[in-house]
Design a protein around this ligand. Sequence first.
Ligand code: SF4
Length: 344
Amino acid sequence: MVKLDNNAWLSKKLSNGKVLCEVCSQSCVLGDGEYGKCGVRCVVDGELKLLVYSLAAALNVDPVEKKPMFHFLPNSKAFSIGTVGCNFSCTFCQNHEISQYPKEHNHNVTGRKVSPKQIVELALEYGCKSIAYTYNEPVVFFEYTYDTAKIARENGLKNIYVTSGYETHKAIDVIAPYLDGMNIDIKSFSNDFYKNICGARLDPVLETVLYAYKKGIWIEITTLIIEGKNDSDDELRAIAKFLASIDTSIPWHLSAFHPMYKMLDVGRTKTSTLKRAYDIAKEEGLKYVYMGNVDLEDYESTYCPSCKEKVIQRSGYIGSNVSNSLKDGGLCPSCGYLLKGIWI
Ligand code: SF4
C-alpha cells in the first residue's frame, strides 16, 4: 500500500462508501484502492489522496510564448512544471511519456521531489516572471499547483495553467485568486472526437472557457489542427464563432500536428490547411489568430486591430526573437488602441 499523507481536496464521501473526486469533469467515483482516470489520485482508507504532490516529472525554463501565451508578459520566461498523469487519453499526445505514465506503469508514479517553495525559489533564481503548470494536465495535481501558485503570487510571480479545460467550476473558484492566465485546448468541436480520441467530452471544455473568462482569468485558446480529424470548414468555423461570441479579443493559436504516439497514420498538417483555418477565424471576427509549429513570422506577430501596425514581432524559433513595442500596459504606439492581455 502506498504511504501517503497528501489528502486531495474537493472530494465528497458518498453514502455507498465511495468517494467522488470533484476536481475535474471526469467525476470519478472511487472505492478503496481505486485510482482515478488520471492515475494520480486514489482512495486510501476512505480518503482521496494525491500521489504526485511535490513530485515534478518535468521542470524547465521556457519562453512564455512556448506555452503558447502571446498576450501575457511577452518576451518573459515561465518556470514550467508538470507531473505524471492526465485525465485525458489523447492518442496524439505530445507528452505521453509523462501524461500516460501511471496508466502504462501499473499505477506507479515518478518524479523529482520539489516542494512548492522550492519551485518558486527556482523560478526567481532563473529570472522567470511566471510559473506555468504544463506538460500534463494541471488540474490532476491541483493541490500542488494551488500551494505553489499561492507562494508564487506572494513573491510577485504570475501563474498560468496550460490545460485541456476539464476543471470543474469548484476547482476554478478555488484557484482563481492566484491564477492569472490559462491556455485552454479546444481540441475539436465534435463530441465524437473528444470521446473517441481523447476519452473526454466537449461540453465541459466549452463551459470552462466561458467560466474562466467570466472569472477574469486571461485566456488564450489552442487547437492542434489534424487533417481529416478536426479541420473541416464547418468545425473550424464553429470554434471561431464560439470564441467570437465570448470576446473577439481571445487569441486563438492554430497549431500544426505531426505524427505522434498512437496517431501515426495521419500526416503533418500542411501550412495551407493552417492558413485556411486562419482565414476562417478572421472572417468570424477574431482579432488575434496565430499559427504555431510553422515558421511564418507574419502569422506569429501581433498586429493592432485598429491601425494594423505590427506591435509585437515574433520570429525564429518560438520565443527566441520577440520585440514588443506596446506602450503603457497594452496601447498601440501608433494609434493608442488598447490591446487586451496581461502586459505588466
Ligand atoms: S482529477 Fe483524476 S480522479 Fe479526479 S475526477 Fe479527474 S480523472 Fe478522476
